[in-house]
Ligand binder design. Structure first.
Ligand code: SF4
Length: 297
């Protein structure tokens, strides 16, 4: 059921035009992974490789994430991986220099408004651009719909954009990383850094940064294996970025009935509950780092 829902969402997201980012990207990069994953990881947005291949976390940051997950004893195939924003926001490397002519300057203004310019980006290096708050807000219904469909036991926010999408603009990863944070999304959140930030860091600090990242992922795995953990407590809050109502038929909430998350909010505002209908995960006894599924009591 949930897998079909994800497929429907994926198909709908292909035609999303809820913000200007679709115009300059190759395709929508929707989440992928286990339909009932206990751990759902959220990044910022697709990068260059993800945009070309149409899959999340397949570039250098994705490879580092996979390494870190393995070190934390998590099989990536048992997780669901997605991004807060589903289209690649970028600028051509040569756009970062001063424009050489009025025509070039005008073209850049068109691009800044989200309009595609014929031939742009071909054969040029594309530099990642951080999505704006408006773009994150426009894309949030897709993320919430994925969380609703997967029903994870823990949500891992990779980096500030993902964390702020779900925890509000005032949240700082540096203050709350690695801690289980109550959320209204039916599962606690663990916020940590984006693996790309480790790659960007000083080479002699990378191993320590990776070790800390692995520690955060391990904390999330422990949380996902603890059936008594539920999202509740003083940090419960609604997202500061309110889900925008998608325009047209492409939006995941267009014409939608009340969702399970909405029901949870009504029943116990700020405290999410979720039927224990899915298998949870725990570490295997042989300590080989793999996670094994088990039925909830
Ligand atoms: S809202 Fe998301 S999926 Fe829709 S166009 Fe913007 S980035 Fe793409």
């Amino acid at each position: 059921m949930a897998a079909r829902s994800l497929n429907v969402l994926r198909e709908q997201a292909r035609g999303c035009r809820n913000c200007p980012l679709w115009a300059r990207a190759t395709q929508t990069v929707f989440g992928e992974g286990a339909a009932h994953a206990a751990i759902l990881l959220v990044g910022e947005q697709p990068g260059d490789q993800e945009d070309r291949q149409g899959r999340p976390f397949v570039g250098p940051a994705g490879h580092l994430l996979e390494t870190a997950l393995a070190r934390a004893g998590i099989d990536r195939r048992q997780t669901y991986v997605t991004n807060a924003v589903k289209h690649f926001k970028w600028v051509a490397a040569d756009q970062l220099r001063r424009p050489r002519s009025a025509a070039e300057s005008a073209g850049r203004k068109q691009q800044a408004k989200g309009h595609a310019v014929p031939g742009e980006g071909r054969g040029k290096r594309r530099i990642h651009q951080k999505p704006s708050t408006t773009e994150v807000r426009a894309c949030q219904p897709w993320l919430l719909a994925e969380i609703e469909a997967v029903g994870p036991r823990v949500i891992v926010c990779l980096g500030a954009t993902a964390a702020q999408s779900l925890l509000g603009g005032g949240f700082r990863v540096t203050q709350g990383r690695g801690q289980p944070l109550p959320s209204p999304y039916g599962a606690p959140i663990v916020a940590t850094v984006h693996p790309a930030s480790i790659l960007r860091g000083a080479p002699d600090e990378r191993e320590a940064a990776l070790a800390r990242f692995v520690g955060d992922l391990r904390a999330a795995a422990d949380l996902a294996g603890a059936p008594s953990v539920r999202s509740s407590g003083p940090l419960d809050r609604r997202p500061a970025i309110r889900p925008a109502r998608p325009e047209g038929e492409a939006g995941p909430t267009s014409g939608a009935k009340t969702t399970r998350v909405d029901e949870d909010r009504k029943r116990r505002p700020g405290v999410a509950s979720r039927p224990d209908r899915r298998p949870a995960i725990k570490r295997t006894a042989n300590g080989n780092g793999r996670l094994a599924r088990r039925a909830l009591p």
